[in-house]
Write a protein that binds this ligand. Structure first.
Ligand code: ATP
Ligand code: MG
Length: 322
């Protein structure tokens, strides 16, 4: 089974990315053929400064490696190092209409948050379809916000195959329901571009600041509190069923304030990511090794995308000489 997913270097990765995508990808690494990329072209829809994009790419690469991505076992690369994907984007753009793209929730949400409605942001779903289809991916682990984009990808593949023959592999979204939408500090979807995130590799001081600013109602230490809302939901990500029950009891039993619970959550985060935080600090000192890993990753990825593109060029008439 070929599994593929990507993450945008549009800022620092956060707990939503980790639980719905990164952690699950690393679990798949044990059993499946894993393709994982840093979506540098996609991030250009929200990151304008070159220096920022470059630092973000480097950061996300280090994050994934520190969390356990193994470039020897899996194929791990930066999207823009494999140019076949942009060629396929153009070709696939004929298989989706403007009215269909106008239905994209993600586009509407981002524009509502004040992000510039560029042509790039509008055709984001086509680039994503190309990412998935260029590598003949079968399963795509994502958060719920990507469900519609995966449906677009399937529509595009279906139409392309109807016109040109059975060339593209039909992928399936793989969404884990209990981590489908992780809430952010302000209760909206945790999102790099909303600046409401918990970056699990941040300094202890910054992590503490982030955790302290999770919104709650104004109930005090002696009040009975409802086990719901972002604090409960985020903490639950680190707990098994019994742990969640115990947490719900803490909310309902007077004597514990939100502040105490937040500091316990901080401890849980630091413990969960302890080893990865140490590995990241070590990797950071060795950019040459990381650069070599990425060059090898792009080569491996291109070796898969290039023959697919050749089939596409033949089928569409772009290979014009007999
Ligand atoms: P941006 O705001 O720039 O879109 P993002 O935080 O949404 O960034 P992406 O890089 O777009 O992150 O998404 C990477 C993966 O993380 C995708 O599979 C996406 O579905 C998932 N994801 C993002 N935010 C959340 C969230 N709050 N809960 C669950 N999954 C999420
Ligand atoms: Mg997103």
């Amino acid at each position: 089974m070929r599994i593929l997913s990507g993450i945008q270097p549009s800022g620092r990765p956060h707990l939503g990315n980790y639980f719905s995508m990164m952690k699950r990808m690393l679990e798949y690494q044990e059993t499946s053929e894993l393709f994982c990329f840093v979506a540098s072209y996609h991030a250009m829809t929200t990151v304008e400064k070159g220096e920022d994009l470059a630092r973000n790419i480097e950061g996300v690469v280090l994050d994934f490696l520190a969390l356990g991505m193994d470039p020897n076992r899996s194929t791990f690369w930066v999207q823009s190092d494999v140019p076949e994907v942009t060629e396929l984007t153009w070709i696939l753009s004929m298989q989706i209409t403007v009215p269909q793209l106008e239905l994209a929730h993600s586009f509407k949400d981002k524009v509502a948050q004040g992000i510039i409605p560029s042509g790039g942001l509008f055709i984001y779903p086509i680039l994503m379809a190309a990412d998935i289809l260029a590598f003949r991916s079968e399963k795509v682990p994502v958060g719920k916000d990507q469900k519609q984009h995966l449906e677009f990808t399937r529509d595009i593949a279906r139409r392309f195959n109807n016109v040109y023959g059975d060339i593209l592999t039909m992928p399936e979204a793989d969404i884990s329901e209990d981590v489908a939408v992780v809430p952010g500090l302000d209760g909206r979807k945790m999102s790099k571009s909303y600046k409401n995130t918990i970056d699990f590799f941040a300094s202890e001081k910054d992590l503490k600041k982030a955790v302290s600013s999770i919104i709650t109602d104004s109930k005090g230490v002696d009040d009975v509190k409802e086990p719901e809302g972002p604090l409960y939901d985020i903490y639950s990500l680190f707990l098994d069923e019994d742990g969640r029950k115990a947490l719900a009891d803490r909310f309902r039993t007077p004597g514990t304030g939100y502040g105490h619970i937040k500091m316990d959550l901080l401890k849980a985060i630091l413990e969960h990511f302890g080893e990865a935080r140490e590995r990241r600090a070590t990797l950071e000192k060795d950019p040459d090794t990381v650069r070599d890993m990425l060059a090898a990753g792009a080569k491996k990825a291109r070796a898969v995308a290039a023959p697919l593109l050749e089939d596409v060029r033949k089928a569409t008439g772009l290979r014009y000489m007999r």
